[in-house]
Design a protein around this ligand. Structure first.
Ligand SMILES: Nc1ncnc2c1ncn2[C@@H]1O[C@H](COP(=O)(O)OP(=O)(O)OP(=O)(O)O)[C@@H](O)[C@H]1O
Length: 288
């Protein structure tokens, strides 16, 4: 019997997501899917709305309008109300959606982890403690019991898991180093290890290769594929390094001025006229 093509399982579904800051519509009616096991890139020129889109998935922003589903369940949903309804500039005419909110920590506990464009480690803490804190976030321990280490068994388990994760990530020999003292490339690796400590199903990487040289970028390309496979992850990534994006992505979405202008395989995107125009800019004359 011939192998049948698997039906893709949606991990992330964004439906008509719009994020407006005053008069700026940073993300405008964004609808996209990321399926189980994929590496999907979100690209676009500076200011296109990529990080804002990530912030709408991870609960940092409450979208002005739209819905975000994770593993088939709605985790965020909103409709502009009151003053915001009058000011609404999104192009999708809002239909009433229920208001569903989740804070970033609740979203982490559901299995979504991320890294940031500007590395956000606890700079004065050790490598070990940076990862251990992420373990606590996953464990839903309250702050008091975590601080006083009331649950010894649980604490021991998390410390053992932290050691194991650092070992897997070749960072164990650095466990007592202060995070901010590490070279930049290792800080990025530690940030990813910290994200993995929350045991995510879905990993969002915001410009993971920022500031890296070509060799480091190539190593990162291999590393992302390797963690996708060994941790059974689905990866959604913002990146400006086109070599990395084209080598690693199963599919690519392109944003420009908050709107989706293209989607497809790396080959399709490389040859897409609208994408080329968005990156190179089109003069007024050329539009006539
Ligand atoms: N908190 C905010 N308040 C007001 N405007 C914002 C806010 N965050 C983002 N913006 C605006 O939204 C637009 C999209 O910004 P965003 O950072 O999402 O773009 P980006 O595609 O991630 O850019 P880059 O590639 O340069 O990181 C920009 O015009 C930005 O100035």
């Amino acid at each position: 019997m011939s192998a049948e093509a698997k039906t893709p399982v949606s991990v992330l579904h964004m439906q008509d997501v719009t994020m407006q800051f005053g008069g700026v519509v940073a993300v405008n009616g964004l609808t996209l899917d990321v399926n189980e096991g994929e590496i999907v890139a979100l690209i676009g020129p500076n200011g296109a709305g990529k990080t804002t889109a990530f912030n709408c998935v991870t609960g940092i922003y409450e979208p002005t309008f739209g819905q975000v589903d994770f593993m088939g369940k709605t985790i965020l949903s909103n409709t502009p109300k009151g003053k915001m309804q009058k000011m609404y500039l999104g192009e999708v005419v809002p239909r009433p959606l229920p208001v569903i909110r989740n804070t970033p920590d609740k979203i982490t506990q559901k299995g979504i982890a991320r890294t940031f464009q500007n590395i956000r480690l606890f700079g004065q803490l050790s490598v070990f403690d940076n990862v251990l804190i992420a373990k606590h976030m996953r464990a839903k321990q309250n702050v008091i019991s975590a601080t006083l280490r009331l649950n010894h068994k649980e604490e021991e388990r998390m410390r053992a898991e932290t050691t194991a994760l650092l070992e897997e990530q070749n960072l164990l020999h650095l466990k007592d180093e202060i995070a901010s003292s590490l070279p930049y490339g290792l800080q990025r690796r530690l940030e990813i290890a910290r994200a993995l400590a929350t045991e995510p199903k879905f990993l969002l990487l915001d410009e993971p290769a920022a500031g890296m040289n070509p060799q480091e970028t190539q190593e990162l390309t291999d590393f992302i594929k390797q963690i996708r496979d060994s941790y059974h992850l689905t990866v959604f990534m913002i990146e400006h390094h086109m070599d990395l994006v084209m080598q690693i992505s199963d599919r690519i979405y392109v944003l420009d001025f908050g709107k989706l202008i293209a989607q497809g395989t790396p080959e399709e995107i490389q040859n897409n006229e609208r994408v080329i125009e968005a990156y190179l800019g089109v003069s007024d004359d050329a539009e006539d």
